[in-house]
Design a protein around this ligand. Structure first.
Ligand code: NAP
Length: 301
């Protein structure tokens, strides 16, 4: 029996663990993959106070070690549902864990392009993580799809490894930072393919080329060895939908206090409705959710 179970050991969940342990509450972190969440794929973090340039992996490791040293326990299991009650049960693929309060900090998963053959080519030319797989494409030709910060940063990162990088975006305006867009314009091996979508994947065992259709219907074939998909993320709330309210995009509706419609169930991080989804706001949510969870625990004690 734990005071708080935190589902997800990304920046929000780990920060919540630190705050809950500092309030002397027992904590179990349940993580389906590896600690750190999405941030472990970022090569350099330049927008988190105090440690400019730290890698996402080093950052996540430091926060994980901090939570562990404070006494947070961790299991690597996939939470599949929460059973509500005075004692809440978090059911995973491997066990049932009991607690009095739950913080859902599950973040989000990659959105797929939805082009035929995409799934079968993952690991054979298609990737959702430039920093994980970029090195396989040293000196080759790759394409990145998307117009947000992830796509821009992926294109920039890959331009240092690949011979040519196509950046394909469905509009001519980028959602990501102007500073990164300016840097991309300065890279001679980055070619922008705007107002266009990937409409076909051609492969023989591995990806060989892609067909791109522009907004006027003109189709162009680009020979590429790799395609990096960076078209946003989908919040991972579905397993808990009966206890929390979701908006039309699947984000958990909650204010800055991270409270949901179910007493003792909180949401923190990228899976919550909010304007700014950044490392610093994920950590901020973790602090707020844990503080509210501690208040809740003290109120039912
Ligand atoms: P995002 O900001 O939601 O951008 C997704 C991009 O993919 C958009 O440009 C969108 O086009 C495009 N898109 C969506 N569905 C598509 C489809 N089916 N086909 C083609 N294109 C599609 O996602 P993100 O880049 O992963 O970033 C997520 C959040 O993390 C953002 O808040 C971002 O600022 C943040 N982030 C921050 C950093 C950093 O601070 N260093 C780094 C990475 C990410 P439209 O623009 O036309 O909608």
């Amino acid at each position: 029996m734990y005071d708080v179970i935190i589902i997800g050991a990304g920046p929000a969940g780990l920060t919540a663990a630190i705050y809950a342990r500092r309030a002397s509450k027992s904590v179990l972190l349940i993580e389906a993959k590896s600690y750190g969440g999405q941030i472990i794929n970022t090569p350099h973090i330049d927008n988190y106070p105090a440690e400019p340039g730290i890698s996402g992996f080093d950052f996540a490791t430091k926060v994980f070690e901090q939570a562990k040293a404070l006494g947070a326990e961790t299991v690597f299991e996939k939470a599949v549902r929460i059973e509500d009650g005075k004692i809440k049960k978090v059911v995973t693929n491997a066990a049932v864990h009991e607690c009095r309060a739950v913080i859902i900090a599950t973040g989000s998963e990659n959105r797929k392009l939805g082009v035929e053959g995409e799934d079968a080519l993952v690991g054979r030319g298609i990737s959702y993580c430039a920093t994980c797989d970029g090195a396989f494409f040293r000196g080759r030709t790759v394409a990145v799809v998307g117009g947000g910060n992830t796509a821009l940063e992926d294109a920039l990162y890959l331009s240092e490894l690949a011979e040519t990088v196509y950046l394909i975006h469905r509009r001519d305006g980028f959602r990501g930072d102007d500073a990164t867009v300016k840097l991309l314009y300065s890279r001679e091996n980055v070619k922008l393919v705007l107002n266009s979508r990937v409409t076909k994947l051609n492969a023989e065992k591995r990806l060989k080329s892609i067909e791109v259709t522009d907004n006027d219907g003109k189709v162009t074939e680009l020979e590429v060895n790799g395609l990096f998909v960076a078209v946003g993320r989908i919040p991972e709330n579905q397993n808990f939908a009966s206890l929390i309210e979701l908006d039309s995009a699947g984000y958990a509706k909650a204010g800055e206090d991270c409270k949901t419609k179910t007493p003792g169930v909180f949401v923190a991080g990228d899976n919550r409705t909010k304007e700014v989804r950044q490392l610093v706001t994920a950590a901020s949510d973790g602090a707020a959710a844990a503080t509210e969870a501690v208040k809740y625990l003290n109120s039912i004690a």
